[in-house]
Write a protein that binds this ligand. Structure first.
Ligand SMILES: [Zn+2]
Length: 92
């Protein structure tokens, strides 16, 4: 599962992409733990200092470094958008 980061980076073949892949791999583990805790507690994070905020930053960088191929990073994209969706609340 983590290999998708290295796969895309290898395809792009730039130093930026390889560096991003390493950061994404580290972020992925942190994010999975973060979500597990939230699910266990039944809470929604409101902090700006959490892997969700990092996801938004990484997602922007992935788009600029990998281009349209970044769309394949579904977990990252979902995590980047998830916090905003949760924060906006609204209709249920
Ligand atoms: Zn969070």
């Amino acid at each position: 599962m983590l290999d998708v980061y290295r796969l895309l980076a290898g395809r792009a073949g730039t130093p930026d992409a390889l560096e991003l892949a390493q950061e994404l791999t580290d972020w992925h583990d942190t994010m999975v733990r973060h979500e597990r805790v939230q699910t266990a507690l039944g809470t929604v994070c409101v902090s700006d200092d959490c892997p969700h905020a990092e996801a938004r930053d990484l997602w922007r960088r992935a788009l600029s470094i990998l281009g349209p191929a970044a769309e394949e990073l579904k977990f990252l994209r979902g995590s980047a958008g998830g916090a905003q969706v949760a924060a906006s609340g609204g209709a249920r």
